[in-house]
Write a protein that binds this ligand. Sequence first.
Ligand code: URA
Length: 205
Amino acid sequence: MTFTTLDHPLARHYLTVLRNQETEPEEFRNAARRLCYSLVMEATRDLPTEEIDIRTPLEKTIGHRTSKVVAIAVLRAGLGLLDAVIDLIPHVKVGFAGVQRNEDTAEPIEYYFKPPDLAEATVLILEPMLATGGSLAWAVDKAKESGAQRIICLCVVAAPEGVDHMRLHHPDVHIIAAGLDRDLSDRFYIQPGLGDMGDRLFGTT
Ligand code: URA
């Protein structure tokens, strides 16, 4: 497994906006979207392309077309990254994975999974908070069962526990995160983290 953190001043800026408890949902959603542009650029660095013949206003030349990409947003927090993915990636197809965590054990409880056709696609899994790793490992399991072969996970913040869990259970995936935090609280929240990402995106508590 490879684990990469973004090393960019703008990523640090937007991550700080997300962490700040004073940030209201509208600004939080904007910062999540803007941060996600950097995650997508990093995650698609090695995306296969094919050459195509095109004509500029001056002459014929060779262009490049990106290969098939599917994004799977893990509900609810993954929705906060989806706009940037749709905006940047041509022809992306989107699926959704519904998982709730047991608040006492942090075990994932599945309630929905509907991917588009994953054959020959690069699959981006949008799971902003990599805490214990249970939900992300579940989503990767489901994607693999549905035929995914090349999987890249986009996270906003990761905890070492979650990274270790993914290394153990899915050594073949790539994870890109904006930040790697210290540890988990006794309620399985990432510390220092940014709180509950879904609540902060949608103004719920
Ligand atoms: N999910 C969140 O939204 N926040 C955390 O800190 C951990 C899991």
